[in-house]
Design a protein around this ligand. Structure first.
Ligand SMILES: Nc1ncnc2c1ncn2[C@@H]1O[C@H](COP(=O)(O)OP(=O)(O)O)[C@@H](O)[C@H]1O
Ligand SMILES: [Mg+2]
Length: 290
């Protein structure tokens, strides 16, 4: 009975969204943790707002949520309250700098790290009701290549993969790309190299990854940019501010702002993929195919 109701709610939710305008949905993923996904998500989110976009940032790292911490926000509620039915997505959204709408996850709830199908269905329902007017949704994913990460990543139109110069970062990025390609047919990936010494270092790293994917997979990797290792970013983390706000002229902030401008220039994908409901539909497909 409960399952039946979920199905009805989902269909209704999708229908409600069909009248809304296109929303570009971008996943930020990496395979390995600690490479800078959350910092990039937050800073790209703020940068897109400053470019005039209406942006929501979904913290999809249910095990180690920290988008809110990085921005010094103190959300009273989070996705667990949406999943339990106590709150709607609109209730839990907290406003970050320049109007960035942060959808907080729960911190430190270990069993939530791998969200199950019912939880995903709950998130799907919640998006159906989402009342905010946005034109961009960024999804900061968890580390690893488990079901939750894969489902979120495959549901987005664009996948940004963050890598840094560590062998495990490259091998984990490769494993993630391979899985998304082999099991879900994704063939285009955008690469950001982080914590690099120079732009050239970043490009070399990207080429290293391309060399392996070219050899074994039929995918296209696009270089989106390199972000230098920068103490200003660490300091901003301590101050709980986005580096593009607290040190806007620092090397990392400059690089991230340029990446945001580059992404802003990407052509909007035509077809069903240009809409928020597509994100939701793909999540449902993920659910039904396991
Ligand atoms: N460009 C950078 N320069 C210096 N430190 C960085 C940079 N990017 C990320 N970091 C640091 O790396 C750590 C992990 O970043 P985080 O965004 O939490 O990674 P992830 O979300 O991939 O786990 C943080 O302590 C952050 O301060
Ligand atoms: Mg993170």
């Amino acid at each position: 009975m409960r399952m039946f109701k979920e199905g009805v709610d989902q269909a209704a939710g999708i229908k409600r969204m069909t009248n809304k305008k296109p929303v570009r949905v971008i996943a930020i993923a990496s395979g390995k943790g600690g490479v800078g996904k959350t910092n990039l998500s937050v800073n790209l989110g703020v940068s897109f707002c400053k470019l005039g976009h209406k942006v929501a940032l979904l913290d999809a790292d249910m095990g180690l949520a920290n988008v809110d911490i990085l921005l010094g926000l103190h959300p009273e509620y989070n996705l667990t309250h949406v999943l339990s039915g106590e709150k709607t997505l609109d209730d839990i959204v907290v406003e970050g700098p320049h109007g960035l709408k942060v959808i907080p996850a729960s911190s430190g709830v270990q069993h939530m790290a791998e969200i199950g199908t019912m939880e995903q269905a709950g998130i799907i329902n919640a998006f159906g009701e989402f009342g905010h007017d946005i034109d961009m949704l960024l999804v900061d994913t968890a580390a690893g290549i488990h079901g939750g990460v894969i489902n979120f990543a495959r549901a987005c139109q664009e996948v940004l993969i963050v890598v840094c110069d560590e062998p495990t970062s490259l091998t984990d990025a490769y494993a993630l790309i391979k899985l998304l390609n082999r099991d879900h047919g994704l063939s285009r990936f955008h690469i950001i190299t982080n914590m690099v010494e120079t732009l050239n270092h970043g490009k070399v790293l990207y080429q290293k990854l391309c060399k392996v994917t070219d050899q074994y997979l039929d995918v296209a990797l696009y270089f989106t940019g390199a972000v230098p290792f920068d103490k200003s970013l660490r300091k901003s983390v301590q101050k709980q501010q986005a580096v593009v706000e607290s040190a806007p002229n620092s090397p990392a902030a400059t690089a991230i702002k340029n990446i945001a401008k580059r992404i802003d220039g990407w052509p909007v994908q035509r077809g069903a993929g240009g809409y928020l409901e597509f994100f939701v539909e793909r999540l449902i497909q993920g659910e039904s195919t396991g």
